[in-house]
Design a protein around this ligand. Structure first.
Ligand code: S3P
Length: 429
């Protein structure tokens, strides 16, 4: 953990950036490639620490994975060929690795033990383990499976019909991945739609499934076949530069290759509602995950309300949207976002405490926050809580503060955006 002092003197931002691969899609490309029979090739893979944890777990299961820059090749003879790991599967900081692996390993032929870092050790796992146990999974762990370390004895599973209690793509995906190996038809019912990368990738690897009005159903026992996956750029990473471009003076930034999957694009809708000067030009190249070139310019912004079913479409963008709101005219209210409390850290407390240190007018509520703007921000020493998105929120704030911002741990940003500071340098004038 090393301190980083950011003294930027209010630059303008100009230029083009190609946004690195989507974290959610990168994880799933390796998982699906390991489950499938044959060879899977991936381009645009995110070399973030979280995705490298996923690769490491599958290598410990005996799956052959080659990484050559952002190209990844996975060769597998299917799940039956996996070896029982002799070492603990270490998932680092990654909730997606931990939760999706639970669903995958529950229906495998192997026994495994999984653990992660201190943040993972505090994140709730029963939301995944409860439905998996209903399917017949044998999983034990600390506090009856609520926390890592977790032990999974692979077994035969039965399909379930599951009503999602929270909007969570990790929970949904764990059930769907377990459902691949279950006997019968797995049904998952969502009240609020969460990101659908797993459903798209199931189809991409040859599975048949139906999705109608929030109800996903498919037959267990389907075999997946290796294929090619083109990973779109991560809109959650792009969000930091969308906000930076909007709040820095005299700026115009062009972001290429941004994933605009409609279950992820809430940040675009909010920027539009707030009056941002932005254009979104869709590309026609990616068959399974749509992408676009987004241009953002310095903007005069107004406050907004962010609530209800848009929340799952921008859940990871709330820290940076809170910073954006400090520069908008009027009040911004963010509600229905209790899920923020169980992310890499409690993101309601972290965002409010750290933005207050910069002089922002922001208060926490039970399920979100209320922000008044515009407020000039001052430099301060900020904590990241080891959370990459809190770190990047602080770093983007440093572009507009009077005085330096010090981050206690900027290394955590490598979890999702290892080239973040290089990209800041590339566009900073
Ligand atoms: C993710 C789902 C979301 C998101 C996380 C990645 C995924 O979590 O916050 O960063 O890849 O499925 P939840 O499922 O807990 O909402």
């Amino acid at each position: 953990m090393s301190e980083k002092v950011l003294q930027y003197h209010k630059p303008s931002l100009q230029g083009h950036l190609t946004i690195p691969g989507d974290k959610s899609v990168s994880h799933r490309s390796v998982m699906f490639g390991a489950i499938a029979t044959g060879k899977t090739t991936v381009d645009g893979f995110l070399l973030g620490e979280d995705c490298l944890s996923t690769i490491d777990c599958f290598r410990k299961l005996g799956v052959k994975i080659d990484v050559d820059g952002t190209n990844v090749t996975i060769e597998s003879a299917g799940m039956e060929a996996w070896q029982e790991p002799s070492e603990v599967l270490y998932t680092g900081n990654s909730g997606t690795t931990t939760r999706l692996m639970l669903g995958i390993l529950a229906g495998s032929n192997v026994h495994s033990v999984m653990t992660g870092d201190a943040s993972i050790g505090k994140r709730p796992m029963r939301r995944v383990i409860d439905p998996l146990r209903q399917m017949g999974a044998h999983i034990t762990g600390r506090a009856d499976g609520q926390y890592t370390p977790l032990a999974i004895q692979g077994s035969t599973l039965q399909a379930i019909d599951y009503q999602m209690p929270v909007a969570s793509a990790q929970v949904k995906s764990a059930i769907l991945l377990a459902g691949l190996r279950a006997q019968g038809t797995t049904v998952v019912r969502e009240t609020e739609i969460s990101r659908d990368h797993t459903e798209r990738m199931l189809r991409q690897f040859g599975a048949q499934l139906t999705v109608e009005e929030g109800v996903i159903s498919f037959e267990g026992g389907q075999t997946l076949l290796g294929t090619h996956v083109s990973v779109p750029g991560d809109i959650s990473s792009a969000a930091f530069f969308l906000v930076a471009g909007a709040i820095c003076q005299d700026s115009k930034v062009v972001l290429e290759n941004v994933g605009i999957n409609p279950t992820r694009d809430g940040v675009i809708e909010v920027l539009r509602n707030m009056g941002a000067s932005m254009t979104v030009v869709p590309n026609e190249d990616n068959q399974f995950e749509p992408t676009a070139t987004i241009t953002i310019e310095t903007s005069t912004l107004k406050g907004t309300i962010i609530e209800g079913d848009i929340i799952p479409r921008l859940i990871d963008e709330i820290p940076i949207l809170a910073l954006l709101a400090t520069q908008a005219h009027g009040t911004t209210i963010i509600k229905d976002a209790e899920e923020l409390k169980v992310k890499e850290t409690d993101r309601i407390t972290a965002v409010v405490d750290e933005l207050q240190k910069l002089g922002a007018r922001i208060e926490a509520t039970k399920d979100g926050m209320v922000i008044e703007g515009p407020t000039p921000l001052q430099g301060a020493s900020l904590k990241t809580y080891g959370d990459h998105r809190i770190g990047m929120m602080g770093a983007v704030a440093a572009l507009i503060t009077n005085g330096a911002v010090t981050l206690d741990d900027a290394e955590c940003i490598a979890v999702s955006y290892p080239s973040f500071f290089e990209h800041v340098e590339a566009v900073k004038k």
